[in-house]
Design a protein around this ligand. Structure first.
Ligand code: ZN
Length: 147
């Protein structure tokens, strides 16, 4: 995981240090200041997305803070096999899509629907996995959307 480069994403906190004046509230919940840790995954909206997706993949655990989640994903990435690869891929997609959604909400005032984000992610995962032999059996079991 590129933890450092991800941390450099321009959160409001950082932008304010450069004198860029943007409302400091979280784009998703509007209740807390947007910090990196809040976005990933202290915010109830984003933690709910990640929690549903993890649950969908068969993991039964609480969502932790960013550092712990990255650690969990890094540990998993070291093991071989389709599930580890799929989980790493899904984590990267969720992080990317949350960041993208945050930018759409903040800069283009787009409405946000977590269902759309999750469905897009599932679709991308199945497209990506089409030609990967070790993913097939697992993706067949992930035919439904996360609930
Ligand atoms: Zn929030």
């Amino acid at each position: 995981m590129r933890k450092r480069s991800l941390r450099r994403l321009a959160t409001i906190e950082r932008m304010q240090k450069f004198g860029i004046n943007i409302p400091p509230d979280c784009a998703f919940c509007g209740q807390y200041t947007e910090t990196f840790n809040h976005l990933f995954f202290e915010c109830r909206e984003t933690s709910n997305i990640w929690s549903r997706v993890l649950h969908w993949m068969g993991f039964r655990r609480q969502i932790m803070n960013w550092g712990t989640e990255v650690q969990q994903m890094s540990l998993l990435a070291r093991s071989r096999g389709g599930l580890a690869e799929i989980t790493s891929c899904v984590f990267a997609m969720v992080v990317y899509m949350v960041w993208q959604a945050r930018n759409y909400i903040r800069f283009q005032r787009c409405p946000f629907h977590s269902e759309v984000l999750i469905k897009d992610m599932v679709l991308h995962l199945h497209i990506r996995g089409r030609d990967i032999a070790t993913w097939k059996a697992i993706l067949d079991k992930l035919a439904d959307y996360p609930v």
